[in-house]
Design a protein. Structure first.
Lengths: 257, 416
C-alpha cells in the first residue's frame, strides 16, 4: 500500500512548517522588492507642492523642500511657501520629529505627532517604504485598475509602531504601488492614496504625483458630502549627496526666520 | 515631444476631475508614459529623455541649497497693545475691605532685521520697545538679540552674539514650575559663542558665555549638550561648569518617548560643588521633572508635569515658617486646552498647579478667542489658595495679590 505523507504526522508537520516558512519568505521578498523600487541608498532631494482641499474651507497650497537620507532613516522638510510659514522646518530621525520654536529658540522632539501640517499626509508618507519590515501579506488577488493589471495584496501590521494596522495595495507589473487603502484595526477605511505617475531618475523610481483622499474627514458642499483630499506633486528630484549638517537640528535653526 | 504633451496634459488634469467624481480609480485610465515597457516605448523615451535634457538645461534640475540660506535683507516687526481689568478679593471672607479692582495696560513693539548676504553668513538683530506702566512712558529700546551665524564648510554651525537659547524638557517653565534642564537660562544676559557639530544621528552643542560681570574667560560658563535618537527614544546629556557658582558643576540627563499618542519625558539634574575643601561647601542639589503631553487631532491638548527639587538651598513653607525641605519640594501641574472645537479660534482651558509640600496652589480657568480682526479677548478666573507664606501665594503674579479674581483683557496686535 502506498504510504502518503499524511500517514506520517511528523514528516507532514515538518513539510508544513517548511512550506509556510518558504511562503512567508516569498511574501517578504515580494514586499522587499516593492520597497526597493522607491527606497534610495543615496541622499534624495525634491521640491514638494502640497495642495490641500478642505470642502468647507477651500484650497491651501504649501511648497516645501524635502531631503531624505534613507540609510539613516532621516528626512528634513523645509517650508518654502506660503511666506508666513517660510523657514519652518521638520526634522525626522527614526520615529522622532524635531521641531524648532524661533521665539524661545528651543527644540522640541515628539514621537506622537502623525499628521503633517494638519493635512491628510502622515509623517510616515515621507519616509522610505518599509512594507517588508512592518507588514505581512494575508491575501492576494488580481484586479484591473484602469489600464493596469495589478496584483492586490491585503496586508496586516506585524507590530504596533505603524500608522495603519491594515492596508491594501495595488501593485503593477513594475512592482510599483499604484494605490493604497489604509484601514483601522476594526477594518474601517481611513484613507485612499493613488500614485498615477512615477518618474524614472537614475534607474530609480520617484513618485511624481500622489493623491490622498481622507475617508473620514470632509464637509458638505451644495448638500453633498465631499472628502478632504491632498495632492502632492514632486518636482526637481535629485540623488546628489547632501551635507551631514542638513540632517541635524542645527539646520532648522539656520534656516528659520 | 508633442505626443508627450498631448498625453501629459490629461494626467495633470485628472486630479481636478477627481474633485467632481471623487473616485481615485479614474486616475489610472491613462498609462504612465514615464515608465518604460517595450522597445517602442524605449525609443520614444530616449527621444523624450533627450528633450527632457534640453529642457533641464534651461531650468534647475535640483533644489538650490545655497538659496535656502541666502536672501535679501528682511525687516519684520510686530506691535501689541493690551488693556486688562481685574476685579477680585484679597481675602477669603469676601468682605468689601478685601475687594480690589485694577486696570493694566501694556504696549510692546518689536523690530528685527535679518540679513543673509551669502549662504554661510547671517546677521540678525531684534529690538523691543515697551510702555512702562509705572512711569507712563516709553522704555528705552532693549536689544533682544544681536548675533552672527556662520557655517564652516557646511559642517560646523556657529552663532556668536547676544542670543536666546532654551534647553530642558520642562513645559510649564515660566508658569511657576521650573525648567531645571535649561542650564543656559542666563545666556541672553550677555554675548555668547555657540557651536554645533554633527555627531551620531544628531549633534553636539557647545556654548561659552560670561556668567556674571567678570570678563575673565576662567569665570565664563561652559556648557555642552549632546542629543540623539535611538529607535523610539530620544535622549540628551548636558553639562555646565562655571567656577563662580556655589555649585560649579552641573550634569543633566533626559529621556523622551511616546506611548499611546502621549509624549513622555523624564529629566534629572544634579548640581555639584567640585571643591569640597572650600569654606561653605554645599551638598549636591537634585532637580527632576517629568511630564506627559498630548496634542490630539481632535483639538484637545493635555499637559501634566511633576517637578521635584532637593538640596541645601531648597526651602518650603511648613508650619508657619520657611525651612529647608527635608523631603524635597514637590510641585505638580495639569493643563487642559480645547484648541479647535469652537469658531473664531475660541479656546477654553484650565490650568492647575499644586505645591505638594506646602499645600498651596493656583487654578486658572479661562477662555481666549478672536473677536475681530487683530483683536483678541481673554477672560480668566485665577484662584490662589494656601497659607500666605506658601509658594503660590508668595509667587502670585497678580500685582494686586488677589486670591480670587475675574480678569478681562483685550489685545490688539499685528505683525508685518
Amino acid at each position: 500500500m502506498k504510504r502518503r505523507i499524511t500517514d506520517n504526522p511528523v514528516l507532514f508537520l515538518l513539510l508544513f512548517i517548511s512550506t509556510v516558512g518558504v511562503l512567508g519568505a516569498q511574501d517578504s521578498d515580494i514586499l522587499a522588492n516593492i520597497d526597493a523600487q522607491v527606497s534610495y541608498e543615496s541622499d534624495f532631494s525634491a521640491e514638494y507642492t502640497i495642495t490641500q482641499y478642505k470642502p468647507d474651507q477651500g484650497n491651501s497650497i504649501t511648497r516645501a523642500a524635502m531631503f531624505r537620507r534613507d540609510i539613516d532613516d532621516k528626512y528634513l522638510i523645509l517650508i518654502l511657501e506660503p511666506e508666513v510659514d517660510k523657514g519652518k522646518g521638520y526634522l525626522k530621525i527614526g520615529n522622532n520629529l524635531w521641531l524648532y520654536d524661533p521665539v524661545s529658540r528651543r527644540f522640541n522632539v515628539t514621537s506622537a505627532r502623525d499628521r503633517f501640517e494638519n493635512s491628510n499626509l502622515s509623517n510616515s508618507d515621507f519616509t522610505r517604504s518599509t512594507l517588508a519590515l512592518d507588514y505581512e501579506i494575508i491575501g492576494e488577488t488580481r484586479e484591473q485598475l484602469g489600464v493596469y493589471n495589478t496584483r492586490v495584496y491585503d496586508l496586516v501590521a506585524k507590530h504596533d509602531g505603524v500608522t495603519y494596522p491594515k492596508m491594501k495595495i495595488w501593485v503593477d507589473d513594475n512592482a510599483l504601488v499604484r494605490k493604497f487603502e489604509d484601514y483601522s484595526l476594526s477594518g474601517q477605511l481611513l484613507r485612499t492614496t493613488a500614485i498615477p505617475r512615477y518618474q524614472s531618475v537614475e534607474d530609480r523610481y520617484v513618485p511624481v504625483q500622489i493623491v490622498i483622499v481622507d475617508a473620514l474627514r470632509g464637509g458638505n458642499v451644495g448638500g453633498a458630502f465631499q472628502n478632504e483630499r491632498t495632492i502632492l506633486a514632486v518636482d526637481k528630484p535629485s540623488f546628489t549627496e547632501l551635507p551631514d549638517l542638513l540632517f541635524t537640528q542645527a539646520y532648522l535653526e539656520r534656516v528659520s526666520r | 515631444m508633442f505626443r508627450c504633451i498631448v498625453l501629459f496634459t490629461p494626467l495633470l488634469l485628472l486630479p481636478l476631475f477627481l474633485f467632481a467624481q471623487d473616485n481615485v480609480d479614474d486616475l489610472f485610465s491613462l498609462p504612465d508614459e514615464t515608465i518604460t515597457g517595450s522597445e517602442e516605448d524605449d525609443s520614444n523615451n530616449t527621444q523624450s529623455a533627450d528633450d527632457s535634457e534640453e529642457e533641464a538645461g534651461e531650468g534647475e534640475e535640483q533644489i538650490n541649497l545655497a538659496a535656502l540660506t541666502q536672501s535679501e535683507p528682511i525687516v519684520k516687526g510686530s506691535v501689541s497693545l493690551s488693556g486688562a481689568l481685574v476685579a477680585g478679593f484679597k481675602e477669603w471672607d469676601f468682605s468689601t475691605d478685601g475687594e480690589s479692582l485694577s486696570a493694566y495696560y501694556t504696549m510692546d513693539s518689536a523690530f528685527s532685521v535679518d540679513v543673509r548676504p551669502t549662504s554661510d553668513f547671517r546677521f540678525f538683530s531684534s529690538v523691543k520697545v515697551s510702555f512702562d506702566q509705572e512711569s507712563l512712558g516709553i522704555s528705552s529700546p532693549t536689544v533682544n538679540e544681536l548675533f552672527v551665524d556662520y557655517t564652516l564648510a557646511d559642517t560646523i554651525f556657529f552663532r556668536i552674539g547676544k542670543q536666546t537659547l532654551t534647553w530642558g524638557q520642562g513645559n510649564l517653565q515660566g508658569q511657576m514650575i521650573a525648567n531645571p534642564g535649561n542650564l543656559v537660562s542666563d545666556i541672553s544676559d550677555s554675548v555668547a559663542l555657540k557651536a554645533f557639530l554633527p555627531l551620531a544621528n544628531n549633534g553636539l552643542t557647545l556654548v561659552a558665555y560670561p556668567g556674571g560681570t567678570s570678563t575673565s574667560p576662567l569665570d565664563f560658563a561652559y556648557a555642552a549638550l549632546f542629543e540623539a535618537s535611538l529607535g523610539p527614544l530620544t535622549f540628551g546629556i548636558s553639562g555646565k561648569f562655571q567656577r563662580t557658582l556655589d555649585q560649579a558643576l552641573i550634569a543633566d540627563l533626559y529621556l523622551k518617548t511616546a506611548i499611546a499618542g502621549f509624549d513622555l519625558a523624564v529629566e534629572a539634574r544634579m548640581d555639584f560643588d567640585p571643591f569640597p575643601e572650600r569654606d561653605g561647601y554645599l551638598e549636591p542639589t537634585i532637580q527632576a521633572v517629568s511630564n506627559i503631553f498630548l496634542d490630539s487631532s481632535i483639538g484637545i491638548r493635555l499637559l501634566g508635569e511633576y517637578s521635584f527639587a532637593y538640596g541645601p538651598n531648597v526651602r518650603v513653607y511648613t508650619s508657619g515658617e520657611e525651612k529647608v525641605a527635608e523631603a524635597g519640594e514637590h510641585i505638580i501641574g495639569l493643563g487642559f486646552l480645547l484648541t479647535s472645537l469652537f469658531a473664531n479660534d475660541w479656546r477654553p482651558g484650565i490650568r492647575w498647579f499644586h505645591h505638594l509640600s506646602d499645600g498651596s496652589g493656583q487654578v486658572i480657568t479661562g477662555i481666549t478667542g478672536t473677536i475681530a480682526p487683530n483683536l483678541k479677548a481673554d477672560i480668566a478666573v485665577p484662584l490662589i489658595y494656601g497659607a500666605s507664606g506658601g509658594y503660590y501665594p508668595r509667587e502670585n503674579p497678580d500685582p494686586g495679590k488677589r486670591k480670587l479674581s475675574l480678569l478681562l483683557r483685550f489685545t490688539l496686535s499685528t505683525s508685518f
